[in-house]
Write a protein that binds this ligand. Structure first.
Ligand code: NAP
Length: 289
C-alpha cells in the first residue's frame, strides 16, 4: 500500500485500548500517525513512539494543546473515556476535539462512541456519546460516527475483570440468554482505517458496530468448546464491583435486560466483511484468561 504522503492522522487516546489499536492499524496501512497523550515520557507513549508514531503532549481539556496537536493534520480519530474524566467532562472533551479540528481545518474526523444508539436509556456513557454525536452533526465538519457495541476483549482482557463482569454480573443483571452485539477492538481499528482510506464511502455515516450477536450463554459454550473448559466465574457482589468500576456497566446491563435491542451485524460486515465472530476471536486467542 502506498504511503499516504503528508496526510497525518492525529490519534486521541493512542496509549489506550481503542487509540492504541487505531495507531497500530494506521501505521500498518502506512499513514503517518501523530499520537496524543498527556504523558509523552510514559512507558505506553514510548512504546507507541517505537512503533513509528510521532508522540505529542496534549490534554483534551486544553484547546491550545489540541490546536498544536492538530496543526497540519489531515484527519483526527477521537475517543474519550468517562471512567477517567466523568460524564460531563467526557462530553465537553468530545465536543472540543471536534471544534478544534474544524477550527484548524482538519479534513476528516472519525469519532468512536458506544452503545446501541438508543436515546433516553439512562446509561451515562451512552447518553454522553449521543450528545457528542449530535453536536458533531451540527459542525459542518466531515465526520464518521462509529458506535462500537461490547468489545470481545471484555471476555479476555484482565483489565475488564472478566470472571466478575462478563461471566457473572453481566448475565446476572441482563439475563444470560439476552443477545449482545460484539466487536473486537482490532476490527474497530480496521473500520476507522477504512473511514480514512475511503472517505467518500464513510463520511456522513453513523454506524452501530457489531460483527456478531451472541448471548453470554452462547459465548460461554463457545469458550468451553474452544478451550476445553468453561470460563472462570467469580461471584462478586454488585456493590463491591461498583466500588471498583462505578455504576455505568451495572446500569447498562440492567437496561439491556429490561429492553430489547435488535443488534444487526449487516452494516458492519458490509464495511468490513473480515470482522471476527466470537468463535473466531476466541479461537485466535487460544488460551484466554
Ligand atoms: N468496553 C467496551 O466494551 C466498550 C465498547 C464501546 C465503547 N466503549 C467506550 O470506550 C471508551 C474508552 O476507550 P478505551 O478503552 O480506548 O480507553 P482507555 O484504554 O482507558 O484509553 C483512554 C485514553 O485516553 C487518554 N486520555 C484520557 N484523558 C485524557 C485527556 N484529558 N487528555 C488527553 N488524553 C486523555 C489516555 O491517554 P494518556 O493517559 O496517555 O494521556 C488513554 O490513552 C469509553 O468511553 C467507553 O464507553 C467501551
Amino acid at each position: 500500500m502506498a504511503q499516504h504522503d503528508a496526510q497525518i492522522i492525529a490519534v486521541v487516546g493512542a496509549t489506550g485500548l481503542q487509540g492504541g489499536a487505531v495507531t497500530r492499524r494506521l501505521l500498518q496501512d502506512r499513514w503517518p500517525v501523530r499520537a496524543l497523550t498527556r504523558s509523552p515520557e510514559g512507558r505506553k507513549a514510548r512504546a507507541v513512539a517505537e512503533l513509528g508514531a510521532e508522540v505529542v503532549k496534549a490534554d483534551l481539556s486544553d484547546p491550545v494543546s489540541l490546536e498544536r496537536a492538530f496543526d497540519g493534520v489531515h484527519g483526527v480519530f477521537s475517543v474519550q473515556n468517562h471512567h477517567i474524566s466523568g460524564y460531563e467532562e467526557e462530553a465537553r472533551q468530545g465536543k472540543q476535539v471536534a471544534e478544534v479540528a474544524k477550527r484548524v481545518g482538519v479534513a476528516q474526523l472519525v469519532y468512536s462512541g458506544a452503545g446501541p444508539g438508543v436515546q433516553g436509556s439512562g446509561v451515562g456513557s451512552w447518553e454522553t456519546k449521543l450528545k457528542v454525536a449530535a453536536h458533531l452533526r451540527t459542525l459542518d465538519l466531515p465526520v464518521t460516527i462509529l458506535h462500537p457495541t461490547a468489545f470481545m476483549e471484555l471476555m479476555t482482557e484482565p483489565k475488564f475483570f472478566p470472571p466478575a463482569s462478563v461471566w457473572h454480573l453481566m448475565p446476572k443483571l441482563m439475563g444470560s440468554a439476552r443477545p449482545v452485539g460484539w466487536l473486537t477492538v482490532e476490527d474497530l481499528a480496521a473500520i476507522v482505517a477504512k473511514a480514512f482510506g475511503d472517505p467518500d464511502r464513510l463520511i456522513g455515516r453513523e454506524v452501530i458496530l457489531a460483527s456478531d450477536v451472541q448471548s453470554i450463554d452462547a459465548c460461554r459454550a463457545i469458550w468451553h468448546e474452544v478451550t476445553g473448559r468453561p470460563p472462570r466465574r467469580f461471584p462478586m457482589p454488585r456493590l463491591l464491583f461498583e466500588r471498583f468500576a462505578g455504576t455505568d456497566e451495572t446500569t447498562m446491563w440492567q437496561w439491556l435486560g429490561a429492553n430489547e435491542v435488535e443488534f444487526d451485524t449487516r452494516p458492519t460486515l458490509a464495511i468490513h466483511p473480515e470482522a471476527l465472530t466470537v468463535r473466531q476471536w476466541l479461537e485466535q486467542k487460544k488460551a484466554p484468561v
